[in-house]
Design a protein around this ligand. Structure first.
Ligand code: UDP
Length: 259
């Protein structure tokens, strides 16, 4: 049971009030949804893996000087974050054609794009998150022109960093979705990376085999989602073999002498 006040519940995460003013707790659920929650399932252990993978990535980004909402991981499913005002945009960065872009433009999935492409979607479940242009964003005031410039610049840096991080462990970063928030410190406001970065929000393909190591396994009923997320965590070196998110019973320890 969680005794903290619930601020917001989304499809895969819950935000609770945090231990100090200006902080929230981000709780990762095991729920998997796709097609705006028309497809829904609970996948044991997914939240634990996403918490760890996202912690790892946000920690590295903070170190690089890319501002994020992440403070620290609290436990298996929770992290402490700075409270920010979420900018109602889903920012998608694409390096290789896949998913909705491949479908919409009739491009074979897996075709590298001539240059990386940024897209914006207006976060509105009732409307199925429609794609919008910078003109719409400015006209409706979802983000100011300065904020949008900052969002684009940060997104490109995040893409460069993530592409290299995954390439080093034999994974190709096809595309990903990120969200930003406004962080207030006194009278000062800055734009910071918020939400999560995990195989729920990025397409990750094994370089050698093109095997999908991301949520497409769920969207496309391929099975093996937990195993794929575990493989991503293992390659990034953030979860060892004995630390399974859903324990399968006693683990045989072979380097301890019993007698
Ligand atoms: N994405 C996401 N949440 C969404 C929509 C997309 O995290 O609500 C991610 C998705 O995992 C992929 C990228 O954004 O890495 C691009 O998704 P796309 O537009 O191809 O949509 P999809 O095919 O997932 O419907």
């Amino acid at each position: 049971m969680h005794h903290r006040r619930r601020i917001y519940e989304g499809k895969a995460k819950i935000i609770f009030e945090g231990p100090e003013p200006g902080t929230y707790i981000q709780f990762f659920k095991d729920n998997a949804t796709a097609f705006n929650a028309k497809k829904h399932e609970v996948i044991d252990g997914k939240g634990v893996l996403n918490n760890r993978i996202s912690e790892y990535i946000f920690t590295q980004l903070n170190r690089l000087g890319i501002p994020t909402h992440f403070i620290r991981r609290l436990n298996m499913r929770e992290q402490i974050i700075r409270s920010v005002e979420i900018i109602p945009l889903e920012v998608v960065l694409r390096n290789v054609a896949a998913g909705s872009l491949a479908k919409r433009l009739g491009i074979q999935e897996g075709t590298p794009l001539p240059c990386s492409v940024i897209e914006f979607y207006y976060k509105k479940d009732e409307l199925d998150d429609p794609m919008v242009s910078e003109e719409h964003i400015a006209a409706f005031g979802w983000a100011s022109p300065q904020e949008l410039e900052e969002i684009k610049a940060l997104s490109v840096r995040i893409n460069d960093f993530l592409s290299g991080l995954f390439l080093a462990v034999g994974i190709q970063l096809i595309d990903f979705k990120i969200e930003f928030g406004r962080l207030w410190e006194g009278d000062m406001m800055s734009v910071v990376l918020a939400d999560e970065i995990s195989p729920d929000s990025a397409r990750l393909w094994d370089i050698a085999t093109d095997e999908r190591l991301d949520k497409d396994r769920f969207r496309r009923n391929m099975g093996g989602l937990i195993e794929a997320y575990q493989e991503v965590a293992r390659r990034l070196g953030i979860m060892n073999e004995n630390e399974l998110p859903r324990p399968k019973g006693p683990v045989l320890v072979n380097n301890v002498s019993v007698l």
